[in-house]
Structures are given as C-alpha cells and as structure tokens.
Ligand binder design. Structure first.
Ligand code: ADP
Ligand code: ADP
Length: 223
C-alpha cells in the first residue's frame, strides 16, 4: 500500500470568524513505497500545515489521512501517537539535536525509548552514520560538528526506528549551497538504502528536480 495517502484533505483556521482562512481546500497526494516527493510552495501556502497533518500532529477538517495502509482519519490520540512514533520520521530546518549528547547517542536515545536494546541501538546508529559518511564524528557533540554534519545526524535520528515515511520541512534551508547539496545526497543515499518514502518541502528547485516527483501547493490544492 501507499506510504502516504492524502485524500481531499481540508484545513480551515479561525472557522466562522471574520479572519477565517481556508488553507487546504482538498489536497490529494499519494507517495508510493520508496518514492521521494518534493513539495514546493510559496511562503504562507500551507506547507507546514500540510506536513503537520501528514505527520499526525494536527487533524484535518475534512478528507482522509492514510499512513502505510492504516487509515488514521478520526482515530484517537493514542492510535495517532503510536503510528507517528513507529511509522514517521521528521526532519526540520533546524536540527534540534540534544546538545549535551554525542552524535551516536542522539541516534541511540529514540531507539531506547522504543524498547530497542542498547547494543543493537548502538550498532544501528553507527551504520546510519556510516551511510551518510560521518561515522568518524560519532563521538562528537553537535556543537563540535559543522551545520551539514549536524543535519546528517538529524536524518539518522529521524530514521533510527525505521519509519516507512520521512517528512522534511526545508531540511537544507539553513545550509550554504555546497553543503546543502552534500546533505541532500546523504538523504537520498539513506532513502535508497532503506527503501524509505519521503515528502520533502523545499524552496530549492534544483534539489526538487533531483527527487522522483515534484508537487506544488498552490491556492490550497496540490498540482
Ligand atoms: P507555510 O508553511 O506554507 O508558510 P503555514 O502552513 O505555516 O504555511 O500557514 C498557512 C496559512 O495559515 C498562513 O496564512 C498562516 O498564517 C495560517 N496559519 C497557520 N497556522 C495557523 C493557526 N494555528 N491559526 C491560524 N492561522 C494559522
Ligand atoms: P516523544 O514523546 O517520544 O518525543 P512525540 O509523540 O512527542 O514523541 O513526537 C513524535 C515525533 O513528532 C518526534 O519526531 C517529534 O520531533 C515530532 N513532534 C512532536 N511534536 C511536534 C510538533 N509540535 N511539531 C513538530 N514535530 C513534532
């Protein structure tokens, strides 16, 4: 089944008030297994709203959200949180790594929280760091890493528990063009190595062109 299916998703803010705003007006999107989709959108178009709904952090006012074949529309908080933790990885423009922990520990911790044994978690963390080319940095704290290295650690952390779907909001947005390219390649390598599906919001049309497909969020619908 699809990694992500959005079917007629609608979102209205301030409903019934003078400042009512219909941000999403029937968004349809399918992300197939292993597919990496770019989402481009002008600022304020509702990109973050859409990612939050796809990531089960926010609920739509209409339509359906199906993750890995599991229809979570109208499901309670408990089911949504469980699905979010096991099925979805998030990456943001700023990495939010824990500054007092090393790179490898930042990737081990979410696995321990999910019940993985420390030895196995450590092995997986080092494999992920190796895939993105920064295993030699495993014992460095975020403050000792470059911006690009920090973001690569954040990708590894997002994938630590093997989610089927990665949602990324401007993951290279605060990096210079050369670093941004390198970090993007690391992400694609990870995706191809793990069969991951991804929806990646970006302003960078060059990077978007290197993904499998680009969708544009415009006037509340995807085209
Ligand atoms: P983008 O990420 O594309 O910049 P957002 O999804 O953050 O867009 O926001 C889309 C529109 O919805 C904007 O006009 C924003 O001001 C509005 N908006 C976002 N969140 C809220 C909220 N919680 N309450 C009211 N309006 C909101
Ligand atoms: P935990 O309590 O185990 O950290 P959560 O259910 O709070 O798990 O979060 C699961 C995932 O959702 C995490 O990757 C977290 O970064 C992300 N997340 C949680 N809340 C928000 C939010 N308000 N905005 C964006 N991402 C969030």
């Amino acid at each position: 089944s699809e990694a992500l299916l959005l079917d007629g998703v609608e979102k209205v803010y301030n409903q019934g008030q003078p400042n009512e705003i219909k941000v999403l007006r029937g968004v349809d999107l399918t992300v197939a297994p292993g597919e990496v989709v770019a989402m481009v959108a002008p600022s304020g178009a509702g990109k973050s709203t859409l990612l939050h709904i796809a990531g089960l952090l926010d609920t739509p006012d209409g339509g359906r959200v199906v993750i890995g074949g599991n229809d979570l529309t109208g499901k309670g908080d408990r089911a949504r949180t469980a699905a979010r933790r096991s099925e979805i990885g998030f990456v943001y423009q700023f990495h939010h790594l824990l500054p007092e922990f090393t790179a490898v520990e930042n990737i081990v911790l979410p696995q321990l929280a999910a019940g993985v044994a420390r030895g196995a978690a450590q092995t997986r963390a080092l494999e992920l760091l190796d895939t993105v080319g920064i295993k030699p940095r495993a014992d460095h704290r975020p403050g000792e890493l470059s911006g690009g290295e920090q973001q690569r650690v954040a990708f590894c952390r997002a994938l630590a528990n093997g989610p089927g779907l990665l949602l990324a909001d401007e993951p290279t947005g605060n990096l210079d063009p050369g670093t941004s390219d390198q970090v993007f390649e690391a992400l694609m390598t990870l995706a191809r190595a793990t069969g991951l599906s991804a929806l990646i919001a970006t302003h960078n049309l060059e990077l978007a062109a290197r993904m499998d497909r680009t969708v544009r969020l415009d006037a509340g619908v995807l085209v």
